[in-house]
Every structure is written in structure tokens, then in C-alpha cells.
Write a protein that binds this ligand. Structure first.
Ligand code: IMP
Ligand code: MG
Length: 176
């Protein structure tokens, strides 16, 4: 557990949710003539996706996936495994992957390719946060809430040892 003085608010709830509403509006305009399926990457993407979906005004469906994290950053195999796959076929569907944060890009690079191979009509990425300075594998991010510096962040779905996902804002862990 972190002490209260170890974390600092980075993006408060109002700023976060105003931006998420803008993203929802933009997505609704861009896909005006289509139906989309939002694919939530659990667990981190859950709070973001639920907030985002509230401001999407076009017909949409949702599905959920669980991917293994490769854990130790020193192991650079970059292998991603599927722990929970989609419930429904995605053949011909326009997919929007909804993720908490793009860091190295390994997870979403893997997932985009996987979904295209499974027959999706299109795959785009919507991430709440983007840490471009950390990228190892290139990924095309169509929608991003905020670009952030290389800080460890938590809250609004993001965890630190599985905790803090419930915070209604994004905070960062202060360096000692
Ligand atoms: P990557 O883009 O494949 O490196 O991995 C992204 C995943 O790593 C995200 O979905 C998060 O689960 C996790 N992650 C990366 N940076 C952070 C962070 O600052 N805080 C919490 N989780 C993070
Ligand atoms: Mg995640």
C-alpha cells in the first residue's frame, strides 16, 4: 500500500470526464453511419469504457477480454496471452479497443493484429492515457484522452498491486 503522501493527483475527475465525453462525441461522429463494438481490455479499461460508453450516441455493443501482462519489464519477450477471449464473433464488425494506457505498445499491437486476423472489418484504439516516450512497438492510436510523461499512474481503472482502481481520478506515484 502507498502512503497518502506518495501519490499526487495528475488528472482530476472533472478534467478526465470532460475529455472522455469529448472522445465519445468524436467517436459518435466518426462512426455516424456504422455500428461499433467496444472491446474492453480488463481490468484496467473497465472504468474508462463505462464512462466513455455513456457519451456514445450511435448503436454499439460491448465485449470484454483479459490479456496476461508480461509482468517483469526485464523480460522483453513481449509475449501476450489471452486469458479471457471474446464471447461473440467479431466477423465484419467495426471494433474499438478501449484500454487504460498504452505504454510499450506490446499489448495493443498484439491485440489489434489478433482481432484483424479474426475477421474484424476494422480495428481502432481508444486509450485513456498514452505514454509515447515508453513505446517499444509502434501502435496507431486513433483516440487518446491524455498524453502523459513517464510516470507510474494509478486510479480510474489503473492499479498499483491491484489496488486503487476505484479512485475517480488519475494520480501518479511520486519518486522517493
Ligand atoms: P503495454 O503498452 O503493452 O506496455 O502495456 C500496457 C499495460 O501495462 C496497461 O494496460 C496497464 O495495465 C499496464 N501499465 C502500463 N503503465 C502503467 C502505469 O503507469 N500504471 C498502471 N499500469 C500500467
Ligand atoms: Mg491494461
Amino acid at each position: 500500500m502507498l502512503r497518502e503522501d506518495q501519490i499526487e493527483v495528475m488528472i482530476d475527475q472533472e478534467k478526465l470526464e470532460n475529455r472522455i465525453a469529448e472522445l465519445g462525441k468524436q467517436i459518435s461522429e466518426d462512426y455516424a453511419d456504422r455500428e461499433i463494438e467496444m472491446i474492453c481490455v480488463l481490468k484496467g479499461g473497465a472504468m474508462f469504457m463505462m464512462q466513455l460508453a455513456k457519451s456514445v450516441t450511435i448503436p454499439m455493443t460491448m465485449d470484454f477480454m483479459v490479456l496476461s501482462s508480461y509482468g517483469n519489464e526485464l523480460i522483453s519477450s513481449g509475449e501476450v496471452k489471452i486469458k479471457k477471449d471474446l464471447d461473440e464473433s467479431i466477423e465484419g464488425k467495426h471494433l474499438l479497443i478501449v484500454e487504460d494506457i498504452v505504454d510499450t505498445g506490446r499489448t495493443l499491437s498484439f491485440l489489434s493484429n489478433y482481432l484483424l486476423k479474426k475477421g474484424a472489418a476494422s480495428v481502432q484504439i481508444c486509450t485513456m492515457l498514452d505514454k509515447p516516450s515508453r513505446r517499444v512497438v509502434p501502435v496507431e492510436v486513433k483516440y487518446r484522452g491524455f498524453e502523459i510523461q513517464d510516470e507510474f499512474v494509478l486510479g480510474y481503472g489503473l492499479d498499483y498491486g491491484q489496488r486503487y482502481r476505484n479512485l475517480p481520478y488519475v494520480a501518479y506515484v511520486k519518486q522517493a
